[in-house]
Design a protein around this ligand. Sequence first.
Ligand code: HEC
Length: 88
Amino acid sequence: MAVLAAGWVEAAPRAAAAPAAVPAPARSAVALAERKCGTCHAVPSARSRRSGWVGASVKMHERRVAMSREEWALIREYLGESSATAAR
Ligand code: HEC
């Protein structure tokens, strides 16, 4: 009788896939982004806008994505835009 490779189990769960170099965004910000930003396109990854996210695109988003100023501040921080003004 042949012994089948029944014990061939994948032992490494893919749990530790987070990039280590980048500081994690606030958990509330991640939740907010997942809830609010995934409806029209993929949720942008955290810290993906280090150089800023300014101009027409932000204005469009502020009109289309209904969020409070505090929530926008969270999102901006999540994107890595620490210098962003939560204008008006
Ligand atoms: C109502 C639909 C809609 C929602 C909701 C939405 N987006 Fe967008 N987003 C768009 C469209 C359309 C574009 C492409 C046009 C553009 O770049 O302005 C885009 C493009 C972008 C871009 C790339 C353009 C750039 O200037 O860098 C980023 C970053 C982005 N969205 C972030 C977000 C974030 C963060 C949220 C959640 C707060 C969000 N989006 C929610 C419609 C949406």
